[in-house]
Design a binder for this molecule. Sequence first.
Ligand SMILES: [Zn+2]
Length: 476
Amino acid sequence: MSREDNIKILQASWVLPISSPPIANGVVILEQDKIKAVVGPEQFAEQYPQLSRASATNDHDATILLPGLINLHTHLDYSNLYLFDTDSEFFIWINKLIKSAWQWNEDDFRNSALSGARQIALSGTTCVADSSYTGNAAWALAQTGLRGVVGLELFGIDEDEAENAWQNWLTKYKNFLANACAKLQKDIAEKRILITCAPHTPYTVCPSLWQKALAWTQANGATLLAHIAESQEECQWIAKGNHKVDAFLASVLPKGQAEKVEKQSWRHQGLTPVAHLYKHGLLSENTLAAHMVHATDADLSLVAQQKTKVAHCPRSNSRLRNGIAPLNKMLDCRISLGLGTDSLASSDDLNILNEARFAWNLHRAINPSFSPSAEDEIYFLTLGAAQTLNLADKIGSLEAGKLADIALFKLCHPEEGEARRRTSHFTEEPYDQLLFGQNQLQDLYVAGEKIVCNGLLQSRSDQPLAADSVQNLVCG
Ligand SMILES: [Zn+2]
């Protein structure tokens, strides 16, 4: 095989490298799983005379090409519990959600996770951070060809049982790796899928158990995934107690455990969840905290000081009536963050561009003086998100040597057609077009492997799967 056989040429009306300005009529050259070069049309002709644009794999008219998008908070396991009972109060909702999923068998979880992973790919996302109750999210990512950081969830609020709970998690982790299918084992070996630990929340994981999880992730160079300060009730329970959280715990824990924990020394210290974690040495640089809705100014100073990362999930926070996270203050504190959709049990869809559009509108409405640009929002979905996962040296921007995780969108103006497209200011503002225009995913690459082609999901055995059949699977 000659060297040229390993080369792919992609072209677009706009190439958005993210780490450098947009390139009109740009070309991205891939070599095997990596990006070889990102160039403009003149540079391409000068520097690569042996390659021809005619040999490009795609039609470049009215297209935007950028790094694959990153969704920082999902639970693919729950994809088939679409907007599950979201009119209930938050702790009743969680209780019902868990009880419902407890009825599922392995195939139910797999079908659910797979439908979620397929929707992720078809929306232009190449990488997710997922907290998984069963680990089937990782299996689904491997079937679909996506990249991901999957945290096997950890629970245990009784300090006296922390060591047992930790040993149980380690056993679950080892069994998970041993029983993984061949595709998943290969993806784990190649670090396309990273398996980590996900202590659920400060009200379901006691400090000494959280400490074991943190030490394990630090020793393994992994990102710890958690939910922090999502609801007002969580804050009250950590500070002084809350009867709604007590009722939830009494319902899901073994009999008597919730009452026993009431008396443990870490309870009722008058602290916020963030201050509670900080007090126990559990706010860390390798922690990605989902939600952070109820973070005070003092909390945000601690988060910034400890370099803890945040996944902002505005649609789920809104759907579950948990409030609005202080995004402007997080950015003022220079906290590293990105966006997450959360699961389909609390979000309209898994499309992270829709999440960013919602965030842009929401924060503009509540704080007129704070207006992130479309470019800022796309940064949160690409390089900004990669930094929160400590993966910015590999993904998140189009640069020579980085992995070829790439999304190509077709720009659409179906009602007004070609004339509007040629005159619209959107054609001059690719970030605006991507965030606010009507776009369709055309192609998606993960490590140079094409997993969506002309809007059709490719199975990893190369059988195309129509978007319609995915939708049927979701609804059914
Ligand atoms: Zn969550």
